[in-house]
Design a protein around this ligand. Structure first.
Ligand code: GTP
Ligand code: MG
Length: 337
């Protein structure tokens, strides 16, 4: 017993010391802190939460930017150019990723580091590959907490990259202040077929690869996007989502994008929309974690696990209505013995 207390005290000091070092801007401690947050162990979870509590007052000052787009749109190349530009302006930039496939591939950003070679070497930049999920809602929580750690470590801009598949773009929209969609030139048919939903999440549509012979097509594409955006519900109250062009390879149009983000920040901070969104995001974060926990607790319940196949069969064979089946499952679930 005595040993246990001693051990747990020792660990407490560790988490606190780690927090101190992160506040001092130590990159090694930041990496260790993120590893702690990403760990799937129960014990590490509690240590990480202690560390976060200490860091919370020093978080929230960065501008959080989400970047999405189909594979090949040029997200990594854009982040290399954009991130390097921001560093050259004296800003500290952290790059994180939400990768819905990361548990299988180990995170695309990792392989991408070659595409962000210059940024990866920049002492003002910090690149972290996507964490693997572990349990339900895991990636979601880990990325948000990693973002907070980076802010406490003094990063001014957080870039969160995600491939625009499944629900990942919605998840990222919910954790950033400004969200941009990277698209290709000459979208034409793609533009027609594109999910309107994703455009309604965006604060900017960036037409990438506007270089060489592509530039003329890019201008046309920009016009098409602007026409469509005009009819869509804007993602942010009081902000008109517009299409811009850039070349991540030639590094043109990059400063215009940053200027737009600064205007966005000023406008939404003045109107209160910026802080309203952050408050709402915190509320939604709590709610989504509650839902995740409930779901996990329900499906991991041994009584539910043994009863569910039978009930499913009854519903499928048409001998029992769905609502009655669910009702019975919950009666069993809530029975405390
Ligand atoms: N000409 C031109 N090529 C570009 C530009 N940006 C990216 N590319 C090229 O497009 C290809 C895909 O770029 P990536 O940055 O890997 O695209 P991505 O969106 O990160 O792709 P995934 O990680 O697979 O989702 C690469 O061959 C890049 O060199 C650009 O501005 N101009
Ligand atoms: Mg990429």
């Amino acid at each position: 017993m005595g040993r246990f207390i001693k051990k747990s005290n020792h660990k407490d000091i560790d988490a606190m010391m780690l927090a101190e070092d992160i506040l001092q801007g130590s990159r090694i401690s930041l990496a260790r802190g993120i590893t702690l947050v990403e760990s799937n162990s129960e014990h590490h979870f509690h240590e990480a939460q202690k560390m976060l509590e200490k860091l919370l007052p020093e978080t929230g000052r960065a501008i959080r930017i989400g970047i999405t787009g189909v594979p090949g749109a040029g997200k990594s190349t854009f982040i290399e150019a954009f991130g390097s530009y921001l560093c050259s302006k004296g800003l500290k930039v952290a790059v994180l990723a939400v990768d819905p496939t990361s548990s299988l591939t180990g995170g695309s950003i990792l392989g991408d580091k070659t595409r962000m070679e210059r940024l990866a070497r920049n002492p003002k930049a910090f690149i972290r590959p996507s964490p693997s999920g572990g349990k339900l809602g895991g990636v979601h929580r880990k990325t948000r907490e990693t973002m907070l750690l980076c802010e406490a470590a003094g990063f001014d801009v957080i870039l969160v990259e995600t491939v625009g598949v499944g629900q990942s773009e919605v998840i990222v929209r919910d954790m950033v202040d400004f969200f941009m969609l990277l698209v290709l030139t000459g979208a034409g048919d793609e533009l027609q077929g594109m999910k309107k939903g994703i455009m309604e999440l965006a604060d900017a549509v960036i037409i990438n690869k506007a270089d060489g012979a592509n530039e003329i097509v890019a201008k046309k594409t920009r016009g098409e996007y602007n026409r469509i955006l005009h009819f869509l519900q804007p993602a942010t109250k009081g902000w008109e989502t517009k299409a811009l062009m850039c070349s991540s390879l030639k590094e043109t149009g990059i400063s215009e994008i940053w200027d737009m983000i600064l205007t966005f920040e000023r406008t939404t901070k003045d109107s209160g929309v910026f802080s309203d969104r952050r408050r709402l995001q915190m509320k939604e974060w709590i709610h989504s974690m509650i839902v995740d926990q409930l779901q996990m607790s329900f499906f991991h319940d041994t009584r539910i696990k043994s009863l569910l196949p039978k009930i499913e069969n009854e519903v499928i064979s048409g001998t029992r209505p769905v609502a009655a089946a669910v009702d019975e499952l919950f009666n069993v679930y809530y029975q405390r013995d």
